[in-house]
Design a binder for this molecule. Sequence first.
Ligand code: SGN
Ligand code: CA
Length: 515
Amino acid sequence: MLLLASGLVFSHTSFGQDSNRPNIVFIFTDDHCQQALSAYDPSRMTTPNMDRIAEQGMKFNRCYVTNAICGPSRAVIQTGKHSHLNGFMVNGIIFDGNQQTFPKLLQKAGYQTAVVGKWHLASTPQGYDHFDVLIGQGPYYNPPMRTRDSSGEVVTREHTGYTTDIITDKTMDWLKNGREDGKPFMLMYQHKAPHRNWQPGPKYLTWLDDVTIPEPETLYDDYSTRATPAYEQAMEIKTHLNERDLKLTAPPNLTSNQLAEWSAAYDPKNEAYLNNKDRMSEKEIIQWKYQRYVKDYLRTVKSVDDGIGEVLDYLDESGLAENTIVIYSSDQGWYLGEHGWFDKRWMYEESLKTPLLVKWSGVVEAGSINNDIVSNLDFAQTFLDLAGVRSPSDMQGSSMVPIFKGKTPLNWRNSFYYHYYEFPGGHSVARHCGVTNGKHKLIHYYQKGEWELFDIEKDPSELNNVYDNPEYASIVKSLNRELNQLRKQYQVPDDDPDFQKLREEARAKRRRGEI
Ligand code: SGN
Ligand code: CA
């Protein structure tokens, strides 16, 4: 064992010397689902640069998030703890940045740390030598961003251009000019895209105009057999997309040049639709909205993929790729029309699963595929393990490094705990917790006293709730036991906090200029 002056212990099984410790480039997007990443599903678009990571590394088919919503997912990554312990259970509150986080531990262990792009945790990033982040959600064009100036003061800087490109430029600039020689680094390169409302960049405003994107089988789902929450949500393509989402109105914050390009692309398409609309059936209108929505979403992904290509090229050309692990993931999955929806939040497969691709030259086998249940809960401990830092005992995930090396530990999890809290909230998805082992899934809408059980192997689209089917009684029983056991293991309290109050407090802090 090697004891550093900072008091951190390096485990003898890992990297003892700085020169051996790998750099980490963590590429992260917002709301990017496996269905729009060609290494997982080539039916809608190609993402050649994300695919490069899969081809040179490992693709995880079962990376589950613990709480499928933005800020909470990010807080889980920062802390390696479930939402109820890190305190950031719903969007709209303030992350307690004073708590233990993995970047702070990496910094102490001698890593240089940086985060560029979307942050969405409200409080000023702690544990980073460099940050340059969007404010809240941030816009698709012309984003103000917060950083520290040379005197250490936090300042807001204005930018003109497409946010995805700006985040890539800043990432490249930090890689080329921001790093300190002789120190390993951990860089978080985090896009806003493809978050709602899916504004394409100038380069892709008309891309896909001439193609028809296939519809998912469940686009016209009527929710029969499901518990009441599926009927009560507000995230249907048919009903809940507004004029901005559908690009029937241009974004309000474009420069005159940006607006001219935007209008040249959308006005003719919109005119054709509006002239026809009265003659279209309800189904044809859903189909039009679906095409408009999905194409815009894919267009925003395309710019992300281009940016990733630039970063990967630079890592290759500079020689950094040799000792840099590159990870691609998103804060959760997303509905690209499945169940008739956009958005996320549910424990259903499309939002529970997030993409995870990992390349690490000489360690991760190129083109390998993994089906273990891994999670955003594991990221913090994985990063620490890569740096040779032993995980604090209060973190709740596990290092994925053995899996990267092709050796899944015998005691790796085979069931997974999920918990979504944001109700009342955007899109009206009921609070629920649940457990899945990848074969079956039990969901408890605990405020309503309703349950769902899905046989994922037989019914991967989760159309048949079999909770009341006597053939599944023993599975319900054993999953229920597992759910209780996991709640105990993770120290989940019986009652939820008063989110209304926490949000009020956050609003008051904002008003007082304290964040
Ligand atoms: C915004 C979006 C919602 C989205 C939430 C949370 N509305 O409120 O559609 O679910 O963010 O997203 S919008 O009209 O403002 O785009 S998250 O990624 O931050 O969790
Ligand atoms: Ca998100």
